[in-house]
Design a binder for this molecule. Sequence first.
Ligand code: MG
Length: 282
Amino acid sequence: MIKQPANEPSSTRQQRGQGLQLTYGYGTDRGLRRELNEDSYIASDPVFAVADGMGGHEAGEIASGMCIRALAAMPQLTTGDRTATAAVLQQYLAYADDSIREATGARAGTTLTGAVVLEQMGLPYWLVMNIGDSRTYRLSRDRLEQISVDHSEVQELVDAGKITAQQARVHPRRHVVTRALGTGDETEVDYWLFPVEEGDRIMVCSDGLTSEVDDEHIFHILATEGQPQEAVDALIQAALRNGGSDNVTVIVVDARNVLYDDGAATTLPRRDAAAEDETTLQ
Ligand code: MG
């Protein structure tokens, strides 16, 4: 599913095959204050990514759409192969950066974050990428972890110990990103590579979610909603209930049937986080 902004009903897709099974849901909403939806996304095994465009007069929509279309051109999307690498991904993102600059005169840019599933030596990995302040999280073994690190002015203030993460969410300059594709001088994308574990739940979102819903609430929804699409819908509704001041886009991907070294797949159910006594948000 490749999508440019529109408020269409979303649905769940499931990929079945030998070994790793990915179940995923996705959705986007214009929100309650914005006239346009400048977010774009792709949710198609093995690529799950959200781009949040910036620049007025539909330019943001053009930028995020071009970025997602560049990813959609990866041959792995047609073949379903899990053969991507960070180097390959980087080539497509460099192309996206060039294309946006050419189309908009570098007046528009976009964030990008998400996960690409790849295999090395027969084992599956999440390759997480990020530039800007959209985010990728992982719920694993009942812990929620923000994988991506924002490229934003407020993140720099948090890193310097000048404000807390909580203060960053309401800071007047919270929307200022320090890296983006298509505009500015800082275009370096960060990457993380880590093994897919049984029961992993990856959540990719634009800042329209994280500026309205705190991590504890996100954790609660991800840990208690069964199906990925139910989690997506609940997260978007939470963002709208809390103000919906920005476009909000969410993808949730569940990994099951992860093969281990002995070739055996585990069928351990994910534990119910709501039944745990302690809060394990980290
Ligand atoms: Mg946004």
